[in-house]
Write a protein that binds this ligand. Sequence first.
Ligand code: CS2
Ligand code: MG
Length: 405
Amino acid sequence: MAESKIVDAKVIVACPARNFVTLKITTSDGLYGLGDGTLNGRELAVAAYLRDHVAPCLIGRDAERIEDTWQYLYRGAYWRRGPVTMAAIAAVDVALWDLKAKRAGMPLYQLLGGRCREGVTVYAHANGHSLDGLLDSVAHHIELGYKAIRVQAAVPGVPDVYGVPHGSQPYEPADSSLPREETWSTPKYMRFAPEMMEAVRARFGFDLALLHDAHHRLTPIEAAALGKSLEGYRLFWLEDATPAENQEAFRLIRQHTTTPLAVGEVFNSIFDCQRLISEQLIDYIRTSVVHAGGITHLRRIASFAGLYGVRTGCHGPTDLSPIGMGAALHFDLSIPNFGIQEHMPHAPLTDEFFPHAYTYANGMMHPGEAPGHGVEIDEAAAEKFPYKRAYLPVCRLEDGTMHNW
Ligand code: CS2
Ligand code: MG
């Protein structure tokens, strides 16, 4: 087998509808692989880490040695873990898996052990500035074929709410050159959430898999109270009920409610969720192929989670590029303890910049049969979409206290 030495590692930062960081690794036999290193609001940190600290170490390495390269970049960094480091490692890892599958002439999921299911069940985002607006959005996504829908609605008396767009544009929270300051009220939210779920169940019944994202806003006891108040609505999951740096906080939530819990989109290593999984404090782990160190590390997390009956629910917002989405779908197809995949369709401009083989139909996605992960990049067009600084908002309570966005 001809050796495939890495001869180039190029970082492409572009903003087709929103900022993305892409790594292109080219090998001596003329093939290339693509990886996604997008970290919403901190894209340039990952681009610099890749360009200035990782790329020089890759030149001359054997592209076939994926695990060894992962260990080299993780252990060799000395300063381990963290979102920037692990997104950079993820970009290299996914690019190398893309390369290896291309070289083998097969779709990535085949290289990962073949399919464990016919397709990847996905959930959509429904939102509304009012309950009626939310119900219309749920109805629209049911018409599109989704069997699982996340619901987020404006909370009466709260000016800004996570997951609800300003105006009629699709939801893109990183929308300003300096962080917007949003205001939050937990009491108003806690009163409204059950009313929202009551309205959705009353209109659509209980066949619909219903998800909701509390987005790190609650204290553990508030999260426990919310979970308890929603039990009658049989949620598929309540996400990010409380900030999860303190994994033990979930013991308190678990003591009070059987509402399924999902967490982990902000995690970047298995150590961030080790106790949550081993103590069965959660039901779904949300780590993504981009922010948690790539396919190589995400498979470890999924295997560990499988020992404890925890299923995957990978993060999949528009701030992961189509490369991240494509790689996630191959991963989702190939693991035994898949739960569900988040699906926020990208803007047309993004899809045009990242041509891809994956498809959506009737509530499920398929990664396609193209060799590799099946996602490309229109590299020549990148200079037409220069990086545009964009921050995620920050969040304060009504008295001005900094809170969690
Ligand atoms: C959200 C994300 O999709 C989700 O579950 O939590 O959209 C999150 O707000 C963004 O990824 C932040 O960049
Ligand atoms: Mg979330």
